[in-house]
Ligand binder design. Sequence first.
Ligand code: ZN
Length: 60
Amino acid sequence: MNIICPNPNCGYQGPGKEVGGSNCLLLVILFALGILPGILYLLWCPKKGVICPKCGARIN
Ligand SMILES: [Zn+2]
């Protein structure tokens, strides 16, 4: 799907980058190391969405 980046400093238009799922690998690593922010990451992790491939801003 094509996106228009909401970041005024970026202004990217074109195919978005889908995220979600695979990022959970980082969560597993954080927990394995006993790092507390892993809990915060857990809240964000399950959300699938589309980000701007240029600046990384979340579209939805
Ligand atoms: Zn962008």
